[in-house]
Design a protein around this ligand. Sequence first.
Ligand SMILES: Nc1nc2c(ncn2[C@@H]2O[C@H](COP(=O)(O)OP(=O)(O)OP(=O)(O)O)[C@@H](O)[C@H]2O)c(=O)[nH]1
Ligand SMILES: [Mg+2]
Ligand SMILES: [Zn+2]
Length: 329
Amino acid sequence: MTKRRLTEQQKRRIARNKSEQLDNSTSIDNNGIQLSGTVISHYGREVVVESSDRNTHVCKLRQNLGDIACGDRVVFIPQDTTVHGVITAIEPRDNLLEKIGFGNKTKPVAANVDQVVIVCSIEPAPNLYLIDRYLVAIENLNTEATLVLNKIDLSEASHQTIIDSIDHYRVLGYTVIHTSVKTDLGLDTLKNKLCNTTSIFVGLSGVGKTSLINRLIPETNASVAEVSETSGEGRHTTTVSSLYHLGGGGCLIDSPGVRDFTPHICSKAEIFHGFVEVRNVKGKCKFANCSHQHEPGCVILQAVKDGVISDTRYSSYQHMLGDLKNTGA
Ligand SMILES: Nc1nc2c(ncn2[C@@H]2O[C@H](COP(=O)(O)OP(=O)(O)OP(=O)(O)O)[C@@H](O)[C@H]2O)c(=O)[nH]1
Ligand SMILES: [Mg+2]
Ligand SMILES: [Zn+2]
């Protein structure tokens, strides 16, 4: 989109609107009503906040508060009949899941999550490098990662490689759940895994994140799309992250599908930490500063040779280090 130059008249109108907004927020401020709540979705600067009594309030974000994310705990002045509510503070976060969007700008995806559920499917087929990038990001957030392989009802003999490649993550200690929204397979297991936690569903567009959420929380009824016939990929039906409550306790955040989720990885240390199999042998290589790529006496290279670490995981590791170099980090 091209930037338009504002006319003097437009500038004056914007300044007038801003000062009116400030006046409005100050006048409610003086009423002294401040509530705590959780951000359940937001559209630009318009944020939907849920208070503890489960009422929703449409709020604006007070200037200088920075980016806000679904799952953020906030303090806000509730709306009255004439004006929007105003978010006055964002509580300190336990964690923040971010992605790198256009122009290398970080964009918050969700805050305060206990568990990130990476949803993949038989069709569209999983991208293992994308899964590994998610896992590195999640490991560095100190949250739990769970993998879901959805649309199992579509699997045929030719899909066995896909199933094996996802099941392989069990060897690394991750929970892998097979599901089908069509046959209900695995939905009880998934529900138990989500119980009493705040979880976010992430993954490619069209894998069935929203369909799973609609099935787990029937009253949600969020829109899902048909997978496009030609590409087999979804068309980004969900456009903003939204938080829903699970019947048995716990929250679920649906997120828009991503084709190219680049987690915010700043250093080699984050990559070393993010690959559990690399982290587990920390300090065991011959050289203390071993990059596990070419050095003699490297236990990781030996493990790859012995088949203990899979070739795909190791190539993701190399790929990620390469990406880091390309961004100049
Ligand atoms: N056969 C089959 N189809 C499924 C299953 N789960 C979802 N689908 C279909 O997959 C398509 C995409 O589902 P969505 O739930 O919109 O996918 P999404 O991951 O939310 O996609 P975005 O919102 O674009 O990120 C829909 O046509 C669903 O009916 C499943 O278990 N089996
Ligand atoms: Mg969706
Ligand atoms: Zn090494």
